[in-house]
Design a protein around this ligand. Structure first.
Ligand SMILES: [Ca+2]
Ligand SMILES: [Ca+2]
Length: 168
């Protein structure tokens, strides 16, 4: 019995589907270029600062959606991502625009059991005009602020299967 020596290169779906019977297995989840892989998701900041509404659209244009951390570990990860991009503040996908004081993150109402990481005394709706959430990556803490401020935003998308195929 001889071993067949196969060298493999990374391909992404849908190219991988054509090689699904090849000798190189699907090995891991992966992310598009420019996106950072963490757990089963891919993360990236919007390229430019924008209002909250425009940032929601910008994340969609990039193939993802604006996001907020759902755990302590995820909050730590996205803080390091924003810090390495040199940002003092970034938008998170949390707002209380529908009903003052009722916060939704990632479209889900904060219940006290869901993750949140506000500064002490926040959210305080200062000036009766703070309905969107920003993250300070240096402290990993959140604050509510006017949705018209300009920041880069955290975007997320699911990671994908990446497969090796034999090189010719
Ligand atoms: Ca508010
Ligand atoms: Ca505030």
């Amino acid at each position: 019995m001889f071993f067949e020596i196969v060298s493999c290169v990374v391909v992404s779906l849908p190219v991988a589907l054509a090689w699904s019977s090849g000798p190189c297995p699907i090995i891991a989840d992966g992310c598009p270029s420019m996106w950072q892989h963490w757990n089963d998701s891919c993360y990236r900041l919007t390229a430019d600062g924008n209002t909250y509404n425009a940032s929601l659209a910008a994340c969609q244009d990039m193939g993802g959606k604006m996001a907020a951390p759902r755990s302590h570990d995820e909050n730590q990860f996205v803080s390091s991502l924003a810090l390495s991009a040199g940002q003092s503040w970034v938008w998170l996908a949390c707002d209380d625009r529908d009903v003052e004081g009722t916060w939704h993150c990632n479209g889900q109402e904060l219940t006290g059991e869901t993750y949140e990481n506000w500064y002490g005394g926040e959210p305080n709706n200062s000036g009766s005009n703070e309905d969107c959430a920003q993250l300070n990556p240096s402290t990993t803490k959140w604050n509510d602020i006017s949705c018209e401020h300009i920041y880069r935003a955290l975007c997320i998308q699911k990671s994908r299967k990446i497969m090796y195929k034999p090189t010719q």
